[in-house]
Design a protein around this ligand. Structure first.
Ligand SMILES: [Zn+2]
Length: 117
């Protein structure tokens, strides 16, 4: 199954910022704003899927990993969590869409410039 890294795009309907990716062959469109555990629970109760934004590859690119019950049950959250995009209620004005932005997650400095000895 094909997974593709997430790109930052705008929703064609409401113009909100969304992450667009393929997750195990399934297209995924998620809100760009990360959720805390309470917001994640509210999203699941709302019938939305949640995803881990997991950096993979070189250069590191964000992949949306579907959060199944085992991932959710893990007590520590390793990655930022986002939920499926749902357009806010109310009328939407069409916006001029920009081309999607490729995202690369920079490394924290892995080797310090000054050795500890
Ligand atoms: Zn939308």
């Amino acid at each position: 199954m094909i997974s593709s890294p997430a790109v930052l795009d705008s929703c064609p309907r409401c113009g909100g910022l969304i992450l667009v990716a393929h997750t195990d062959g399934i297209p995924a469109r998620a809100d760009a704003a990360p959720l805390d555990p309470h917001q994640e629970l509210a999203a699941i109760l709302d019938g939305r899927f949640t995803y881990d934004v997991q950096p993979l590859g070189l250069p590191r690119k964000p992949y949306l990993m579907y959060r199944h019950s085992f991932r959710i049950a893990r007590s520590t959250r390793e990655w930022k969590v986002v939920a499926t995009h749902k357009c806010p209620p109310g009328p939407h004005r069409p916006t001029i869409r920009q081309p999607p932005t490729t995202l690369v997650i920079p490394y924290a400095s892995a080797s310090p410039d000054i050795p500890p000895f």
